[in-house]
Design a protein around this ligand. Structure first.
Ligand code: ZN
Length: 197
């Protein structure tokens, strides 16, 4: 069970399948190519679902709204409103930046949780995710500001193509005039393998 909503570990897979996206180009048949891109898409969607859920938990906590409201029967209204079949689809959409966290929280607060007391609007602190993967098909190090993997204080932008990583001072990121809810703070939790047995 989750106790501290501020830090949630994102675990992608026990043993990550190490596919380099370049392999796609090496595949001879269209069938092999489409099979591989399906695998990549699934990995991206799984990660996005976990990120989305983590962000929703953190954001609801900031507002003092229990996450359990999303697991109640009335949550069906929220799913219907956003045209989603189940919670996982909702999580994925948030994790891929297809559904804005701010908009979802607004609907939960004013629909699902209407008439009940919430905390003051949160300011400042970004939501964060603990990331344990550098898979190129899920995590993109942007060309604009050249962040280094495992660098501290990097920010992530949610997108359908994966999590796009930028430096805090990236000019391109700042041009986007993003709101607090649109950006996540990355905390690396990479397992560093031993160099020799
Ligand atoms: Zn950048």
């Amino acid at each position: 069970m989750l106790r501290d909503g501020d830090r949630i570990k994102i675990i992608t897979q026990e043993k990550p399948v190490k596919f380099d996206p370049d392999i796609i180009r090496l595949c001879q048949t269209p069938r092999a190519r489409s099979e591989l891109s399906r695998v990549f898409r699934q990995k991206r969607e799984t990660l996005a679902g976990e990120i989305g859920q983590s962000l929703i938990r953190q954001e609801l906590k900031r507002w003092g709204v229990p996450f359990a409201v999303l697991e109640s029967d009335e949550a069906a209204d929220i799913l219907e409103y956003f045209g989603k079949e189940n919670l996982n689809e909702l999580f994925q959409d948030v994790g891929q930046g297809q559904l804005r966290l701010k908009e979802l929280i607004y609907e939960i607060k004013n629909g699902l949780y209407a008439g009940r007391q919430t905390l003051l609007p949160p300011t400042g602190a970004l939501n964060s995710i603990d990331l344990d993967t550098l898979d190129q098909d899920s995590v993109k190090f942007s060309q604009c500001c050249h962040p280094l993997p495992i660098e501290k204080g990097l920010l992530g932008l949610l997108s359908e193509r994966g999590l796009s990583i930028h430096k805090k001072e990236c000019p391109k990121l700042n041009e986007l005039k993003l709101q607090r809810e649109d950006v996540v703070m990355i905390r690396w939790q990479l397992k560093i393998g031993r160099a020799w047995p």
